[in-house]
Design a protein around this ligand. Structure first.
Ligand code: SAM
Length: 220
């Protein structure tokens, strides 16, 4: 069951924990990913204006990076009030108040009209949706015909060009090989066949899996 009260409570982390997550997203080992991924997504799909939704946005870094290099109006959407508070700080810091807004809610029941987003992104969150079929049904519903959703987890195709980010990437990849990380990942990950079942149940037929840990491209 994806009861809204229950989900929100489960996700409502302490402000301290949320702050740690936001700090890691801004300065931590994987902080090099959002700018590279934003550039890749915008360049691959040539979607530079209209509306973009970041589902499970957390502190909002991916959506913010997309806004920075495009004219897209971005909605950073998340179940957690604490994360969204930090996303708003990040938006203010980047002076993107006019281009990026926060909205609280559940991926399984989004408060948006059908077909209103040209681009939907989601990084590191699909594993956590309580009801994945409903979440994908919603992603597909709010995607505009002709639009693209790029959801999943992990690296962009291009490596970082600046040395400190390159070092971060190497350290991150080494860390990923650690037992603790592998164990956690094994617990969370689903094999592609299971994602296919989820996507089919959600009524999504036009999709492709990409490497780079795991990304799903959805077209409508
Ligand atoms: C691991 S974090 C990833 C955050 C961010 N996208 C990033 O890459 O740093 C997962 C996020 O998904 C959000 N989340 C979990 N379940 C959700 C749901 N059902 N609907 C919307 N957001 C959800 C959490 O609050 C959290 O911010």
């Amino acid at each position: 069951m994806a009861g809204s009260e229950l989900d929100v409570k489960r996700w409502e982390m302490t402000p301290e924990k949320a702050r740690q997550m936001a700090h890691a997203a801004r300065y931590g080992l994987y902080s090099y990913i959002p700018p590279l991924l934003a550039e890749q997504i915008v360049n691959d799909y040539h979607i530079t204006w209209g509306k973009c939704l970041d589902v499970g946005a957390g502190s909002g870094r991916l959506g913010i990076e997309i806004a920075r290099i495009s004219q897209l109006e971005v909605t950073a959407f998340d179940i957690s009030f604490s994360m969204l508070k930090l996303a708003q700080e990040e938006i203010n810091l980047n002076r993107l108040k006019d281009q990026v807004v926060i909205v609280q809610g559940r991926a399984e029941a989004m408060p948006f009209a059908a077909g209103c987003f040209d681009l939907i992104v989601s990084k590191g969150s699909i594993w956590f949706f309580a009801d994945k079929v409903r979440a994908f049904r919603e992603i597909y519903r709010v995607l505009k015909p002709g639009g693209i959703a790029y959801v999943g987890c992990g690296d962009a195709r291009r490596w970082p060009s600046n040395p400190s980010d390159f070092i971060r990437m190497v350290r991150f990849r080494i860390k990923m090989q650690e037992r603790k990380f592998q164990k956690e990942w094994q617990r969370l990950r689903l094999p592609p066949q299971e994602w296919e079942i989820i996507l089919k149940r959600a009524g999504v037929n036009d999709y492709r899996f990409h490497a780079g840990y795991f990304w799903i491209e959805i077209r409508k």
